[in-house]
Design a protein around this ligand. Sequence first.
Ligand code: SAM
Length: 276
Amino acid sequence: MELWFTEIFSENTGITIKVKKEIASENSDFQEMSIIDTYEFGKIMILDGFIMLTDKDEFIYHEMIAHVPLFSHKNPENILIIGGGDGGAVREVLKHKSVKHIDLVEIDEMVISASIEYFPHISSGLKDPRVTINICDGIKFVKNANIKYDIIIVDSTDPIGPAVGLFQREFYRSIYDILTEEGILVVQGESPYYDSCKRNFIDINRELKAIFSFSRPYFAFIPTYPSGMWSLGYARKDGTDVTEPVRKKNFNTKYYNKEIHIASFAHPEFVKELLG
Ligand code: SAM
């Protein structure tokens, strides 16, 4: 018998992937997790029915959520990552030699343990001495933080359950307060394509614009996310419209490069219209 996994994207669309076998299934206080092995994408982590990452295409999302903000900053030292318990963003951030400290704030320990067990190539940086893992709600962490960060990355699930507050103005205001003067924020920004995500995309960018004097989403092609056209919200505290890398890359990447960095900020006409 053949086994297929389907993630529903919208009322009438989704993605269907042929499954080799189910590897694990677990519930926490926050969400339901499944890990499956597939023919095309290798192992996949699924939270509440939504694909979080796959062996095959995770490099695109993690390189783009980390290297675009870090290469936009002259000397990123202190980094805060909210969500991202799989460790993919941490792995990429650690490639920057200037980085002295990373606070990872993940609400659900189950995600960290599962990534360490089933995705060692993604979670490899979690044991680095520069990384402090904080198991708590990112919203509370940001409100109570008493140090400033050069880069803040919000690598969250979609705005449901515990992640709802990570998409609200009050949270972005707290983030603004704990960024250094040249600090940069990047957030998982949803897709502008399907109606089911479009509203979130519009709302995220409206809220960022309300708090930061410069914000602009950029895009990456991620095959297993709805429509494949995925956005990341980008905002600078200093208000400058720098969307180009300010340092040279001196390590290997599989997706990110200078040309992609610059091009990712280009917007198709329908996106310009959505952003008003
Ligand atoms: N790239 C992924 C995506 O969009 O499909 C997101 C990856 S990462 C697994 C998202 C993480 O955000 C999850 O592990 C989830 O537990 C965490 N998260 C959700 N709400 C949170 C909150 N309020 N504070 C901290 N972490 C949170």
